[in-house]
Design a binder for this molecule. Structure first.
Ligand code: GLA
Length: 385
């Protein structure tokens, strides 16, 4: 969406000129899945799809929400606080407004028009994107002077308290602080972070959307969150740790018998082994070793499938195809799972062939086509106008 096109759409809807335009990307996670709420480090990057917001102040003391992707619109008088209204899309930006109001910040009326090209609910953080977009727009329009990390925390708080998903900080942080041609290495416990060059030239980063509608993803996500808490509480009887990610694989082998429930053993094993893979992947990226990174991605997928049980047939079909495709370094599901997207690193010159054969193979097995597109590490949230 170009700035000019969005301005035109804004004019059509509000009969006035947009004064500000903001953009926030989505994200993929290279490795470190279901690690952020277990106190470890993750390796996401912002991508080349995102969400736009055009806005203008109004003197009516109203928040007007419109979106090019959804027919529902709403006008709300400025109040001290709000509660979520059903499952409507505007709960995401409204949750952010609510968080800012909770901080005692006075706001003025806004006419807003949103548009996004991130597949919605597909594991590419369309929700974090719109949350961080709203937070940054308020930050700039009302001179709140907040840094990227604070913006990310406001987005997360909206998701946790308003939307009701116990998500960690990874998504909001990645889309707030992403950098072009860099992957983030974020410590989800301390929120310290660093950037790693991730500028593929001969290779390409591919996103494959299963196009599978995600059902029960939120409740299953919250279930995994609570299973990790239970496993941690049991291990803490023997080990002086704060998080599952503080436990080394060797220690886990020694103490896993203290967990009676075999399901909890599997959940903890995924987290602890995945965190070891993040550490190895850090070295692989530092040494530009995509073959090692690719192997770690396949191992990550296997663990998410067998131990964490958040994959699905559609994602597995994609990853199996990738394993057999010459020129693919590695692939895995990305994000929460239960459908959504996989990522792969492939030789760039083989992209057309990869895409064609994958679409045919997947459609044959699943009955409908996936979406396949090349992406790259991109800049986090920013103002366009
Ligand atoms: C979702 C959550 C993140 C993270 C991932 C899994 O995207 O929003 O906080 O837990 O799942 O890694």
């Amino acid at each position: 969406m170009s700035v000019e096109d969005l301005k035109k759409e804004f004019w059509n809807r509000y009969n006035n000129t947009a004064s500000h335009i903001f953009y926030c990307p989505g994200r993929i996670n290279l490795i470190g899945e279901h690690i952020d709420y277990n106190g470890g480090r993750v390796m996401p990057c912002a991508i080349s799809r995102g969400t736009w917001l055009a806005l203008r102040f109004n003197t009516d003391r109203l928040f007007r929400f419109q979106c090019l992707n959804f027919p529902e619109t709403i006008e709300l008088e400025i109040r001290d606080s709000y509660s979520a209204m059903g499952k409507a899309w505007y709960n995401y930006p409204l949750g952010v407004i609510n968080e800012i109001l909770k901080q005692g910040q006075a706001l003025e009326g806004l006419d807003m028009l949103f548009y996004g090209d991130i597949p919605i609910g597909a594991g590419l953080s369309s929700s974090a994107s719109i949350e961080v977009l709203m937070a940054e727009a308020l930050n700039k329009c009302f001179a709140l002077n907040k840094k990227g990390t604070e913006i990310a925390l406001i987005g997360k708080a909206a998701e946790n308290h308003f939307i009701g998903v116990n998500c960690g900080i990874m998504d909001q942080f990645a889309v707030a602080n992403g950098k072009k041609d860099q992957a983030l290495l974020l410590d989800c416990e301390t929120l310290d972070y660093e950037y790693f060059p991730f500028n593929l030239k001969e290779q390409g980063l591919v996103v494959i959307n299963t196009n599978k509608p995600r059902r029960l993803a939120e409740s299953k996500y919250n279930e995994r969150f609570s299973e990790c808490r239970q496993a941690l509480a049991i291990l803490q009887r023997s080990l002086p740790v704060n998080n599952l990610c503080d436990i080394h694989p060797g220690q886990f082998e020694q103490y896993k018998e203290t967990i009676e429930d075999p399901i909890l053993v599997k959940r903890a094993r995924h987290v602890i082994s995945e965190y070891a893979r993040v550490k190895d992947a850090t070295i692989a990226l530092q040494t530009d070793d995509l073959l090692v990174l690719g192997k770690l991605m396949y191992a990550s997928h296997h663990s998410l499938k067998e131990d964490y049980e958040v994959s699905c047939r559609e994602l597995d079909v994609i990853v199996e195809f990738c394993k057999n495709f010459k020129g693919c370094y590695g692939a895995r599901m990305t994000g929460a799972g239960f459908g959504g997207c996989a990522i792969a690193i492939i030789d760039r010159k083989r992209f057309e062939q990869f895409s064609r054969e994958l679409v045919a193979n997947y459609t044959d097995k699943i009955g409908y086509a996936p979406e396949v597109f090349l992406t790259a590490a991109e800049e986090g949230v920013h103002q366009l106008l």
